[in-house]
Design a protein around this ligand. Structure first.
Ligand SMILES: NC(=O)c1ccc[n+]([C@@H]2O[C@H](COP(=O)([O-])OP(=O)(O)OC[C@H]3O[C@@H](n4cnc5c(N)ncnc54)[C@H](OP(=O)(O)O)[C@@H]3O)[C@@H](O)[C@H]2O)c1
Length: 315
C-alpha cells in the first residue's frame, strides 16, 4: 500500500511516499481502508525529532493519528464492527500512523462515522475533538453557567472546544485574530478577543476555566484571569514553571492534559455531529501524497491554520 513515511528526523523534505506492507488485523483489531486523515501539530513536531524523548521509535515512521474510512478486515474477538462499516478513530500512538491507504485500529478506539458527515469531516475530529473533550470535561470539569476562556478559538482544537463548551451551557470567551472572529462567533463564542491588539489579561477577570492551547506567557496571564481558589486551568502544551508558581499562590488548579484515545467519547462527539450541534471546521484539504503532506505540514507549522487541515486518500 502507499504511505507517506519518514526514515529520519528533519524538515519537510524527509517526508517520502513509499510502498509499505498493508497491516493485518490482530486480536481485537480492525484494518481500516482510509478515505481521509488529518494533520495535527504533533505530526510535524515528531517529524522534527522534538518528541524523541517521549517516543523513541525505529524508522520508518508513518505519521498521522486520525482516520476516517471503511472497515476492510476484522481480527479475532471483534464483535461490534464488520467489514464495510464506516468508522472514524484516533488510533493508538504507534509508528504505524495514518498517512497511509490502510491503518490498524484497536476496536475499542473506533466509533461509527455519522452518516450525516463526510469522511473528510470525520477525519478532522478524533485527535483534536478528544483533546478538547477530555480537557474541558475530564480535567476541568466544566459546568453549565461557568465562564471559560479558550485560547486560539479558531485552531484545530480550539474550534471544537468552543462548540463543546457552548453546547454544555458555558459562557464562552475565545481569543482569535481579527480575520477569524466571524468564524469563532458562528461556532458559538459569546465574546471574542483580538489577541494581537488586546491583552486578555487587561479585560478579563474571575474566569472559572481557562483552556490553554498556546502556553508560555499566554499561560501565565491565563492564571491571572482565573477566579481565585475555584478557578481551573487546563493546558495541552505543558505546564509552564512560572505559571505553576502563580497558580499555587492564587490557590487555583493548573493541569497538564494529554489525550487518551477513546472510542466511547468519540461516539458521543459523533452524536453531536450527527445532530448538527457541532460542526467540523476544515480550513484546507490536500491529497495524501508526498507533495500534499509537504504542503499540509507547511501550513500547520505557521501556527495560523484555520480549523483543521485534512488529507484525502484516493481510492
Ligand atoms: N496534549 C495533547 O494531548 C495535545 C493534543 C492536541 C494538540 N496539542 C497541542 O496543542 C496545540 C494546539 O493544537 P491545534 O491543533 O489547535 O493547533 P493549530 O490548529 O495549529 O492552532 C492554530 C491556531 O492558533 C492560533 N494562535 C496562534 N498563536 C496564538 C496566540 N498567541 N493566541 C491565541 N491564538 C493563537 C491561530 O489563530 P489566528 O490564526 O487567529 O492567529 C490559529 O487559529 C499544539 O501545540 C498541539 O501540539 C496537544
Amino acid at each position: 500500500m502507499k504511505a507517506v513515511v519518514i526514515e529520519e528526523y528533519g524538515g519537510k523534505e524527509v517526508l517520502k511516499e513509499k510502498e509499505v506492507s498493508r497491516p493485518k488485523a490482530g486480536k481485537n483489531q480492525v484494518v481500516v481502508k482510509e478515505y481521509a486523515t488529518s494533520i495535527n501539530p504533533i505530526d510535524w513536531k515528531l517529524r522534527e525529532g522534538y518528541l524523541k524523548q517521549m517516543v523513541d521509535w525505529e524508522f520508518p515512521i508513518i505519521l498521522g493519528w486520525d482516520v476516517a474510512g471503511i472497515v476492510a478486515e476484522v481480527g479475532e474477538g471483534v464483535t461490534d464492527f464488520k467489514v464495510g462499516d464506516e468508522v472514524f478513530a484516533r488510533p493508538e500512538t504507534t509508528r504505524f500512523g495514518t498517512y497511509a491507504e490502510y491503518t490498524l485500529v484497536d476496536a475499542p478506539l473506533l466509533a461509527r462515522k455519522p452518516k450525516e458527515i463526510s469522511f473528510e469531516e470525520a477525519a478532522s475530529i478524533p485527535l483534536a475533538g478528544l483533546t478538547a473533550w477530555q480537557a474541558l470535561f475530564d480535567y476541568a470539569k466544566l459546568k453549565a453557567g461557568e465562564k471559560i476562556l479558550i485560547q486560539a478559538g479558531a485552531g484545530g482544537v480550539g474550534s471544537l472546544a468552543v462548540q463543546f463548551a457552548k453546547n454544555a451551557g458555558a459562557y464562552v470567551i475565545a481569543t482569535a485574530s481579527a480575520g477569524n472572529h466571524q468564524l469563532v462567533k458562528e461556532l458559538g463564542a459569546d465574546e471574542i478577543i483580538e489577541y494581537k491588539t488586546t491583552d486578555f489579561a487587561d479585560v478579563l477577570t474571575d474566569i472559572d476555566v481557562v483552556f490553554d492551547t498556546v502556553g508560555g506567557e499566554v499561560q501565565q496571564k491565563s492564571v491571572k484571569v482565573l477566579k481565585a481558589e475555584t478557578g481551573r486551568l487546563v493546558s495541552i502544551v505543558g505546564v509552564d514553571e512560572k505559571a505553576e508558581v502563580m497558580a499555587k499562590e492564587k490557590k487555583v488548579n493548573i493541569m497538564d492534559a494529554w489525550l487518551k484515545p477513546n472510542g466511547k467519547q468519540l461516539t458521543e462527539i459523533g452524536d453531536l455531529l450527527a445532530a448538527g450541534k457541532v460542526k467540523a471546521v476544515i480550513g484546507e484539504t490536500f491529497p495524501m501524497s508526498e507533495k500534499g503532506v509537504y504542503a499540509a505540514h507547511s501550513l500547520s507549522e505557521t501556527h495560523h491554520a484555520v480549523g483543521k487541515i485534512v488529507l484525502t486518500v484516493s481510492n
